[in-house]
Design a protein around this ligand. Sequence first.
Ligand SMILES: *Cc1c(COP(=O)(O)O)cnc(C)c1O
Length: 382
Amino acid sequence: MLTRVLVDTRALRHNISMLSERLTPGALLAPTVKSNAYGHGLVLTARTFLEAGADWLCVNAVYEAAQLRAAGITAPLYVLGYVGPEEVEEALRLGCRMVLYNPEALEVAAPLARRLGVPARFHLKVETGNNRQGLLPEAALALARRVVATPGCELEGVATHFANVEDTTDHTYARLQMARFADLCGRLEAEGIRVKLRHLANSAATILWPEAHLDMVRTGIASYGMWPSSETLVAAMLADRHRIALEPALSWVCRIAQVKDVEAGEFVGYGCTWRTTHRTRLAVLPVGYYDGYDRGLSHAAYVLICGRRAPLLGRVCMNIIMVDVTDIPEAALDGEAVLLGRSGEERITAEQLASWAGTINYEITTRINERIPRVEAPSGGG
Ligand SMILES: *Cc1c(COP(=O)(O)O)cnc(C)c1O
């Protein structure tokens, strides 16, 4: 295969066991494997997480749950994203837990659950300040009352999601969201509505606040060995939790498709945006924005070849990039180029690519095209 994503499953296991050791006793670890496991490969990652001690898995959509079940994974699955009315039956058959923030979903699920003879298990999403999914407290309480009064339906969980816990070292707003959530949980309890699983912590909150673990945590990015942001790293260091050693698990490599010399004064690539100032040796690589190598990396990035940096020349094409290997005489046809990961003493991180492309590490790995094979790396290959 010309292009491959190498996944260091030892690193993934390390991250999961480290997160699970730090959990408040009794809290469940429910890492999120949505978006092809943040680009790491859904099934390979899900199996690795479960072997390493994950209790549940979070997915975004029913099709992801179906892929996990087809692969023989029996762990509890929580669907974080919208489930359309036409998908509810499949979600129930797959035994998925569903996030709930529309009364309509209850109306669709209840008769289906009774007909199939399986419980429809919901986690009520409460709006605490992200204004994404969720219901304000009054509406959430009203829906909670309806769920518990509906035969075949169960209110298993109550959840919310932070807006900016990883974007700042000032956690006033996140604390306010946590207080609003605690208030809602208290009101449910006061009405005698017992809910098994209260959860709100993403990676940043899990790392920073043991008191946010409650009954379950939904760790995404940290499970893959990446920090949610530099602000979270700084906050963790200030709180003396920096000994959390996360290990990135993903590398992305391709093979050199052509090596050639061009004269001084030649243009390279679309738009003639690069012009050589001296005789230049180019390596042509069979990777482009279709593969998830962001076009914003044009003129901004380098790749690693034989442990050295080869700068990108010109624009990222749909399926091709050109890099400068004038000073890398070992660069040869079919040799390896590292787009993300290590080569010799050099390393390109998802954070580095993100900063060049003007985005975040999450987007860099999740957008690596699913068609590219994910293969288990030899240990230590992250
Ligand atoms: C993706 C997601 C998470 C995980 O967030 P990270 O920052 O990657 O840890 C948690 N909860 C919800 C609702 C999500 O959509």
